[in-house]
Ligand binder design. Structure first.
Ligand code: KG4
Ligand code: ZN
Length: 351
């Protein structure tokens, strides 16, 4: 079966065609994956402006889908289903993809399946690497999320922990803004940190020992928190300014490297701690921040040291894309799940 995937949850308009291979170990292959990034539009404002995002999705969606079909050399009649991100995300942005997907499915007489955005990120690992050894502990780390999931069966995702405040990607973006490095912050900090001394400033990582009153189902000890680190960076920069210390390239690189060391250390340690607790046979990291070079390297190194294979998606599948949505959609379709036309975009959809 060929599935058209559609993703518009944030600031990328994406459409993709993914096909089933018939190989159970490597179930899906990408025929096309088209992404129209809005980063140039939002850069001016230092972050994603929801209303501008929705409007740009409206402008781009038709062309992006046409290109995805053309790149895959398929027409509407070749498709078996449409998969679309239902949530979470920006509601106005989600609505564009949802409306388009419903209209297309109705016109082409195709089944439609709603997909959770994070299920998409998790399945990006399978799309790129094939089925993972299960149980697997998966870290989903992006601009909106930092969560650990336990996958015991393909297509089942059990939440183990999440951030109590900022997502790691959000912390990257805010620290970059503070340092005057522009938007999005992740890729610049990743690059600049290579020139910095990562122990120039020894910020501590946050360790949570108590349960979160707002999440009674979770133990809490595997939770994340990044807002304290962000504040610590802000205080440090303010202090340097007050003392008249110039924030030159080297000072900025040192801050970036020191910040990144703490973030990556926290992410890696907690992922492998969860893996140990749950007897995981593999770990994975997906989502925008999984593009981070240090995180990828440290995940792999820890995996080798602990003899637990660590998987990352291809860089092109780390940030938001529709191929992962089509893949997660195929997973649901093969489990006998389709959605009704009554389905709506849900900005707070839970997995
Ligand atoms: O998954 P994604 O494309 O969108 C969300 O669902 O949020 O993730 C975007 C986030 C942004 O916060 C961006 O700064 C971060 O991923 N990011 C990175 C890198 N590339 C993107 N963070 C750290 N290092 C990178 N190389
Ligand atoms: Zn995402």
């Amino acid at each position: 079966m060929l599935v058209l995937g559609i993703e518009t949850s944030c600031d990328e308009t994406s459409a993709a065609v993914v096909e089933e291979t018939g190989d159970a170990a490597r179930p899906w292959a990408i025929r096309s994956n088209v992404i129209a990034s809005q980063v140039e539009i939002h850069r001016e404002w230092g972050g994603v402006v929801p209303e501008l995002a929705s409007r740009q999705h409206v402008r781009d969606i038709c062309g992006v889908v046409e290109k995805a079909l053309a790149d895959a050399a398929v027409g509407w009649t070749d498709l078996g289903a449409v998969a679309v991100t239902q949530g979470p995300g920006l509601v106005g942005a989600l609505l564009v993809g949802m409306s388009f997907a419903k209209a297309a499915a109705a016109a082409a007489n195709l089944p439609i399946v709603g997909v959770h955005h994070l299920a998409g990120h998790i399945e990006s690992l399978v799309l790129h690497n094939g089925e993972l050894p299960l149980p697997a502990v998966i870290l989903v780390v992006s601009g909106g999320h930092t969560s650990l999931y336990l996958v015991t069966q393909p297509g089942s995702y059990e939440l183990l922990s999440r951030t109590r405040d900022d997502a790691a990607g959000e912390a990257y973006d805010k620290v970059a803004k503070l340092l005057g490095l522009g938007y999005p912050g992740g890729p610049v900090i990743d690059r600049i940190a290579r020139q910095g001394n990562d122990t120039a400033i020894r910020w501590p990582g946050t360790r949570l020992t108590h349960a979160d009153r707002n999440a009674p189902g979770l133990k809490g000890d595997l939770d994340f928190s990044f807002s304290g680190l962000k504040t610590a960076v802000m205080r440090h920069v303010t202090l340097l300014r007050e003392q008249g210390v110039p924030l030159n390239d080297q000072a900025v690189a040192d801050i970036a490297a020191s910040f990144q060391r703490v973030v990556v250390k926290t992410l890696v340690e907690r992922t492998f701690k969860a893996a140990l607790i749950h007897g995981a046979k593999s770990v994975g990291v997906a989502g925008g921040v999984s593009a981070n070079s240090r995180l990828r390297a440290e995940m792999r190194a820890h995996g080798e040291a602990r003899e637990i294979p660590a998987f990352v998606p291809d860089l092109s599948l780390s940030t938001d894309n529709a191929a992962m949505i089509a893949a997660a959609g195929l997973r649901r379709l093969r489990a006998g799940i389709t959605s009704s036309m009554e389905m709506n975009a849900d900005p707070a959809l839970s997995l």
